[in-house]
Write a protein that binds this ligand. Structure first.
Ligand SMILES: C[S@@+](CC[C@H](N)C(=O)[O-])C[C@H]1O[C@@H](n2cnc3c(N)ncnc32)[C@H](O)[C@@H]1O
Length: 276
């Protein structure tokens, strides 16, 4: 299977991710956990855990022994293991999860569905490892609309270089609208599917604090920034700053995500649901 184009942009040191999209992770994780209806005693799996933003909130609620996590990025798995001792963290992708059928009360994927190699197969795997009556939940950014930093970034990039349009995540991400996300959940055989907006925020010390992590090449936005020669990179930096209206002082940005939840309904043919 060919990896999704953006997936390789997460094989960076965890700190680069923490300073870019990771800033929004804790608040988004708390909203996702609430939407999934998790409660102490439940067992949860974090798929595409990254350095552990959602994993850490799951551990705070459920305890390390009730939480497992996977990600295909080795540096992120290493960071997650170091940060959260006692959690089983494996290098694995959503499409082939190393867990038994029905092993969890809830499987979650925060900001991952759009990076899966085969999203329908990945969501079917999340369903397979969740018990009957359990919940499969995910959050995706509203890349095309109100995920402020990424929307402004790609608007600035395309204004300066129309050929960047193909890399604009508002266009390239197949599941960044509620209808498509809901259909993905329903077509994986999940019941009572709901999709709702969640708005979170993150603070920056100043524009440099926002820009520097992009220079580390993390995520599709960072990978695009460092692909530019110095002059064009500086022009993008100026244009993004102008569009954000950001200066040298502190500011906050909001980011909207769509959260999908679905229940594992009638017993499925688990053998058929398993990947070949
Ligand atoms: C935007 S990051 C989100 C990380 C973390 N969930 C968070 O909220 O901070 C996307 C993550 O998806 C992971 N990923 C890429 N392809 C994947 C796949 N096929 N299955 C599971 N995770 C994948 C990446 O390695 C990366 O850690």
């Amino acid at each position: 299977m060919t990896e999704a184009p953006g997936a390789a942009t997460f094989r960076t040191p965890a700190e680069a991710y923490d300073r870019h999209i990771g800033r929004y992770g804790g608040a988004l994780a708390r909203a996702l956990i609430e939407a999934a209806g998790l409660a102490p005693g439940d067992r949860a799996l974090d798929v595409g855990c990254g350095p552990g933003a959602l994993t850490s909130e799951l551990v705070a609620l459920l305890g390390a022994e009730h939480v497992a996590a996977v990600d295909p990025s080795a540096p992120f798995v290493e960071a997650c293991r170091e940060r959260l001792p006692g959690v089983r963290v494996e290098v694995a992708a959503a499409e082939r999860l190393p867990f038994a059928d029905g092993a969890f009360d809830c499987a979650l994927a925060q900001l991952v569905v759009n990076f899966m190699t085969d999203p329908p197969a990945g969501v079917r795997e999340l369903r397979r490892v969740t018990r009957l009556g359990g919940t499969v939940a995910a959050a995706v950014w509203d890349y095309a609309g109100e995920m402020t930093i990424l929307r402004r970034f790609w608007d600035a990039a395309v204004a300066l270089d129309p050929s960047a349009e193909d890399r604009d995540e508002g266009r390239s991400m197949p599941f960044c609208m509620p209808a498509e996300l809901g259909d993905l959940w329903a077509s994986a055989g999940l019941a009572d599917v709901r999709v709702a907006p969640v708005v979170v925020a993150a603070g920056y010390d100043g524009f440099e604090d926002l820009w520097q992590p992009l220079e580390l090449g993390v995520a599709p936005s960072g990978a695009y920034a460092i692909s530019l020669p110095p002059e064009r990179r500086s022009a993008l930096k100026r244009e993004l700053r102008r569009r954000l209206g950001a200066g040298d002082g502190p500011f906050r940005l909001t980011a909207r995500a769509w959260v999908a939840t679905g229940r594992v309904g009638e017993a499925v043919d688990q053998a058929a649901a398993r990947p070949a």
